[in-house]
Ligand binder design. Structure first.
Ligand code: 5GP
Length: 192
């Protein structure tokens, strides 16, 4: 039976299926396990989009690992990737092997800022793992150790990526119709 997701009508094309995501996440988890054999890892993600990838990825890594989270807000109308940290990590990362787990890298400005902040805390290593890479839009060059898929310059939703804070729960990655807009208010009318 095909599952239905509220708001799914605005999806245009599914560009990465649930199955393709599963397979790629398992491959990346395998690579991380091999390349960090004998070491513990700290996986860090930036709330909220990266959560879905993080949850699946960490279960494909066969190493001792801990998780930590940051949250940021971009300055409205700002340029140069200026962001404000609204939730910092709970634990120090000094001496740790750190992997920043991202849903998507677009211009790279946000991640560039986050990496510069984390680097000052002297981790043993600092790598980037992103599920999606909109590489044609890149402004700053970033070292990406693990990359799931290269994606076109289209607005994408699903598997953590939102439109107006919704549609993160779609199990696939999709484009939306050109004039896509979600109806205001709750998508499901509550029972009277
Ligand atoms: P960057 O600083 O690399 O330009 O921006 C990265 C952030 O922009 C991502 O973490 C994500 O929040 C947002 N973003 C970039 N492309 C998309 C997209 O296609 N769909 C959604 N929902 N968010 C995107």
């Amino acid at each position: 039976m095909t599952r239905h997701y509220a708001g799914e009508e605005i999806v245009d094309h599914i560009i990465i299926s649930e199955r393709a995501i599963d397979e790629r996440v398992a491959e990346i988890g395998g690579s991380i396990t091999r390349e960090h054999e004998g070491h513990a890892l700290r996986l860090i993600t930036v709330l909220r989009g990266g959560l879905f990838f993080l949850c699946d990825l960490c279960r494909q890594i066969d190493l001792p690992l801990t998780l930590d989270f940051m949250a940021i807000s971009s300055f409205a109308g700002g340029s140069g990737g200026a962001v404000r940290i609204t939730k910092d990590l709970d634990d120090p990362i000094e001496g740790q092997r750190v992997i920043v787990v991202e849903d998507i890298i677009d211009t790279g400005l946000t991640l560039n800022y986050i990496l510069s902040v984390l680097r000052q805390r002297r981790p043993a290593s600092l790598e980037v793992c992103t599920l999606l890479d909109k590489d044609v839009r890149r402004i700053v060059d970033l070292p990406i150790a693990y990359r799931g898929f290269s994606v076109p310059d289209r607005f994408l939703v699903g598997y953590g990526l939102d439109l107006d804070a919704r549609l993160r729960n779609l199990p696939y990655i999709a484009t939306v119709h050109e004039d896509a807009a979600l109806p205001a208010g709750p998508l499901v009318v509550p029972d009277a």
